[in-house]
Design a protein around this ligand. Structure first.
Ligand SMILES: CCCCC/C=C\C/C=C\C/C=C\C/C=C\CCCC(=O)SCCNC(=O)CCNC(=O)[C@H](O)C(C)(C)COP(=O)(O)OP(=O)(O)OC[C@H]1O[C@@H](n2cnc3c(N)ncnc32)[C@H](O)[C@@H]1OP(=O)(O)O
Length: 180
């Protein structure tokens, strides 16, 4: 089926914000993280920007492929906020098209292409230097919808307790469930 944007999804241009402040991809409180910021676009699409830092190197002066895959994974994961569905990555297939130098900004675009029951199919592309820059990375992904229990049952108790004690965090997690 074609994906359906949730009526309460953030308006195009709006920043989505982090889903968890300790997230390696988007968390503001994660000092080693990518600090990726995703914005809602039209339809079930997002854009995001990621600046490659020296801490993200794999080869001298070049981004590590796993870090670039993380940026793609995070951007694709943020799409689920537009569907108001909690989902985790089941499969992520990445093409590395050209090397990405340190200090360059990767401009990412992602969209959900189809939904089948719990399965969410999506695709993303990353360009260097600007939204019209040369393509550096591409990915196709399959996310699987889960309940919030997935995190409660599988997460480490200390972190789960900390999230439960944070009203903002819990509000965000529960928003998915009360607005299916
Ligand atoms: C109150 C505390 C909680 C607070 C939480 C705070 C915030 C939470 C909010 C949002 C956070 C959510 C996501 C974060 C967003 C972005 C970050 C990036 C995303 C990630 O980085 S996230 C981490 C990496 N990710 C994992 O950690 C997943 C580990 N994994 C599993 O946990 C299971 O594996 C699971 C649940 C995926 C499936 O398990 P399951 O038992 O529920 O379902 P099942 O296996 O039946 O699959 C159902 C249908 O999907 C097909 N299917 C499954 N896997 C497939 C694959 N790989 N390839 C092809 N098809 C696949 C099956 O074939 C079947 O298809 P069909 O229905 O057609 O038969």
């Amino acid at each position: 089926m074609a994906p359906v944007r949730h009526p309460d999804a953030p308006a195009p241009g709006e920043l989505l914000g982090a889903h968890y402040d300790q997230c390696f991809g988007c968390g503001g409180s994660q000092p080693h993280g990518l600090h990726l910021e995703a914005r809602a676009a039209e339809g079930v699409r997002v854009t995001a920007e990621f600046t490659v830092r020296p801490a993200h190197q794999g080869a001298p002066g070049l981004a590590h492929g796993g870090v670039l895959a993380t940026a793609l994974d995070e951007t694709l994961g943020s799409l689920n906020w537009l569907l108001r569905v909690i989902a985790v990555t089941g499969r992520l297939e990445t093409d590395f098209v050209r090397p990405v130098p340190v200090d360059s900004v990767l401009y990412l675009e992602a969209e959900v292409t189809a939904v089948h029951h719990r399965k969410i199919y999506s695709t993303a592309i990353g360009r260097i230097g600007g939204p019209e820059g040369p393509v550096a990375v591409r990915a196709d992904a399959l996310f699987i919808e889960v309940k919030v229990d997935h995190f409660i049952e599988n997460g480490r108790p200390d972190e789960i307790r900390a999230v439960m004690a944070d009203p903002d965090q819990i509000k965000r997690a529960r928003a998915f469930e009360v607005n299916p």
